[in-house]
Structures are given as C-alpha cells and as structure tokens.
Ligand binder design. Structure first.
Ligand code: ZN
Length: 287
C-alpha cells in the first residue's frame, strides 16, 4: 500500500506519519512531479516498503505540520457525478438518473486539502465526495477490470454555488462548481489495497461543530467500477484524471443553510483523512 502526498509541489510518501521525498527515495527526479508519480503508481508500493524498512534514510519530516498541496494538482480531466446517492436525489427533489449524471469541475478549481475557499455568493454549499484517481490510460474498460486502472482514492469537496448552478434551464452544473478552490482534494492519494473494501468507505462532513453529512460509499447508485466503465466507454481516460463520485444527503440546499465567511468545512473519509477548508469573503460571477 501507499499514501502519496504533495508537499511544496513535490511528490512525497506518507509512511506511518512521516514523509519522504519521493524523487530522493527513488533516485529519479522525474518522480518529483506528483502527476508523474500518479502515472507510475505501481512503483509506489515497493518504494513505501523501502522507507519502512529503513533503506531510504531518515524521513524528511512528520506529516503533521507539513502544508499539503493537492495530491493530484493538475488533472487533465475532472469528471463529477450528480445525484449518485438516493437520499441526496430525494432531498434535491430530483429523480435518480438512468445513467451517471456527469458534469465537470474545471481543473482550475482543484486545490489543496487546507485551501481557503473565497465564497462567490450567498448560496455556496458543501458536498463531501469520494474521488477516484485514474492511474493508467483507459478506454472502453469493462467494469470487471475497472479497479485495475485506478491509482487510488482520495477525498474531495464539490463546493457548489447554487445561484450560479441553478441559473436558467437546463442548469449550469459545471460553472457553478468551478470557482477557485471549489475542488479541494486530499490529504493523500491512497492505494486501493489499503481499504478493507474500497466499495464501502465511511465519509462525513462537518461545518463548524455540526455534523452535516454522514454516509458510506456502498450507498452509491453507480459504484466506482460502473463509473469508470461508463465514462471510459465515451472518453479515453489518462493518469491523473479525477472522478468526483457524488455526495450523500445533508447538503445546505436541503437545510436552507449555506456557507458564511469564517465557517470551517471539515470533510473526512475512513482510511484517507480529512480536509479542512476555511471560508473567506470572495467575489461573485458576472451575470
Ligand atoms: Zn457533487
């Protein structure tokens, strides 16, 4: 197993809470770029073992206290799935879709796990989501083989400006979810073999001290393998592509409550870790 981090723009391995610079451990400068590391994820298992066995010299530092960047900082494509939990479709007043309802978060929205979120308006909402990271070129992958092209899993927030998203008919899902830092991910890219069952992972979201969302990914209407098979039947996938898999119930839109300046969003997933994002004052869209 491995946990891939990005620190100061460089790939690092998290080995039992200590981080090791990946290029140094591997003796290969090409692996300094986290995007290159994702495409060579197979090698990260053995390199993690090297660190753990003491063959990589001392760690570069403790993970606690390090400022982490997005583990996949420059995805070529970011897919996101709407209404993929039945309870969230119900709170949205929408029918569950017959095929994965797909939009994009434009890559400029991707940010690190502790990025500040400058609010674009008065109706900005939270959506905790499991995020799949593709690790191999994949076109028309059968569902039975889908996990073999996955480098690992991370956690994301699909932060959503409902005013922009729901302007007009049909709505503007992609733009409403693509302001800067509206896609924080992290804290680590975790290998699939680190999970007892990668199709059943607990995830949650708190705003301040209040638990807003709590579910498990076994509730996904279209699970990870189905999403990879479906998306790759249309779009060739590349290493570093992301799939935000959808959010469970408990979003602000269903509660009549939205994010305010000073709110801290804490998102968590079993076996992955937490994102902590503080909301700050920002600017809205030109309408
Ligand atoms: Zn979402």
């Amino acid at each position: 197993m491995f946990r891939l981090l990005s620190i100061d723009g460089r790939s690092a391995l998290d080995v039992d809470g200590r981080w090791y610079d990946l290029a140094r451990v591997a003796g290969d400068d090409a692996l300094a770029d986290p995007m290159a590391a994702v495409g060579r994820f197979d090698e990260l298992h053995a390199l993690t073992d090297r660190c753990r066995d003491g063959h990589a010299g001392p760690a570069d530092g403790p993970v606690a206290g390090a400022v982490l960047d997005a583990p996949v900082p420059r995805p070529r494509q970011v897919f996101a799935i709407g209404l993929n939990y039945a309870d969230h479709a119900a709170e949205s007043g929408m029918a569950t879709p017959p095929a994965p309802l797909t939009f994009t978060k434009f890559p400029s929205s991707i940010a690190g796990p502790t990025a500040d979120v400058a609010l674009s308006g008065a109706q900005v909402d939270w959506e905790v989501e499991l995020v799949v990271v593709i690790g191999r070129p994949a076109h028309r992958v059968p569902a039975d083989d889908a996990w073999s092209v996955v480098a690992g899993l991370t956690l994301g927030q699909d932060i959503s400006d409902r005013t922009v998203q729901l302007t007009g008919v049909p709505p503007q899902f992609s733009l409403g979810k693509s302001f800067p830092a509206y896609g924080p991910i992290g804290p680590a890219l975790v290998s699939v073999d680190a999970f007892a069952d990668p199709d059943d992972i607990a995830l949650w979201c708190d705003v301040g001290d209040e638990r807003m969302q709590e579910s498990r990914t076994d509730q996904l209407i279209f699970p990870v393998a189905t999403l990879v098979a479906y998306l790759s039947s249309i779009c060739p996938l590349e290493p570093g592509d992301l799939i935000f898999t959808g959010t469970p119930s408990g979003v602000g839109m269903g509660r009549g409550r939205f994010l305010a300046e000073g709110d801290v969003i804490t998102s968590g997933a079993e076996g992955i870790g937490e994102l902590r994002n503080r909301c700050t004052a920002g600017r809205g869209a030109l309408l």
